[in-house]
Ligand binder design. Structure first.
Ligand SMILES: NC(=O)c1ccc[n+]([C@@H]2O[C@H](COP(=O)([O-])OP(=O)(O)OC[C@H]3O[C@@H](n4cnc5c(N)ncnc54)[C@H](OP(=O)(O)O)[C@@H]3O)[C@@H](O)[C@H]2O)c1
Length: 221
């Protein structure tokens, strides 16, 4: 498989910027975007260094071989569609009605937030990942290899997209645990046992390593 070299970010907040920093350390270039335009990302891009640049959301979507969507769920409808056709899209989103407003299909669980994104995008291959780890733990727990390497759950319908995400996670310091198809992403959404607790308390920014066995066990609860 070709090494995918550029990661495009739709959303550059806590989690997007953390994944970007890990991606650069793993050998990728990143293209960051937000809702306010590239000028508002000047400080972040300067901080990330020469392998980062800012663009519009459409520009980031066009530039990325791999894409990270890391925005409030209420903004899914604004994610560019055409430039993401056929691409692997990592979805970090979580539905919080107090932030996102009530979304009927999520409230009655007829769809998950990742399924709403997948439906909006049509031809993209959405993989749910990164949604169940506090961004400070994500930064702190990355490891090149070894017994204290942590794992992240992934869920998606396209095997090649999941393989691409698994390779990306490996490059940025994590193993992957395949939780199944996209609808199985419900097993690590807010309110589940696999929603974050295994990586430690928020008050401990260093986090607690949680390897593949730990993640598999908590997913099966
Ligand atoms: N914080 C965590 O530890 C964490 C962990 C895992 C998952 N999550 C989930 O991941 C998502 C992002 O969380 P976060 O904490 O990173 O949020 P955040 O810090 O508030 O950042 C949100 C980002 O999304 C951008 N955005 C909003 N609307 C957009 C649009 N229409 N087009 C492009 N970009 C848009 C914002 O840009 P502007 O600033 O310009 O509006 C900002 O860059 C949420 O669904 C959250 O629940 C968070």
């Amino acid at each position: 498989m070709l090494f995918m070299t550029t990661v495009g970010f739709i959303g550059s907040g806590n989690i997007g910027s953390t994944v970007a920093r890990l991606a650069i350390a793993g050998g990728y270039d990143v293209v960051m975007s937000n809702s306010r335009g590239p000028e508002a990302l000047a400080d972040l891009v300067a901080d990330l260094g020469p392998h980062a640049r800012a663009a519009t959301a459409t520009g980031a979507a066009e530039a990325g071989d791999l894409i990270v969507v890391s925005i409030p769920v209420k903004a899914i409808g604004a994610v560019p569609v055409a430039p993401l056709a056929g691409k692997t899209v990592m979805d970090t989103g979580n539905y919080y009605p107090q932030r996102d407003g009530a979304i009927a299909e999520l409230d009655d669980d007829s769809a998950s937030s990742s399924e709403l994104l997948a439906r909006h995008l049509g031809d993209a291959h959405v993989v749910k990942v990164f949604n169940n780890i506090f961004f400070k733990h994500l930064a702190a727990l990355a490891r090149p290899t070894g017994s204290d390497r942590s794992a992240l759950a992934i869920a998606g319908n396209d095997p090649a997209a999941k393989a691409a995400v698994t390779a990306f996670l490996d490059a940025i310091g994590y193993d992957a645990v395949d939780a199944g198809p996209l609808d199985a992403g419900r097993s690590f959404q807010p309110g589940t046992a696999a929603y974050g607790g295994m990586y430690g308390e928020f008050s401990n920014e260093a986090g607690t390593p949680a390897n593949s066995d730990v993640i598999r066990a908590v997913l099966s609860k």
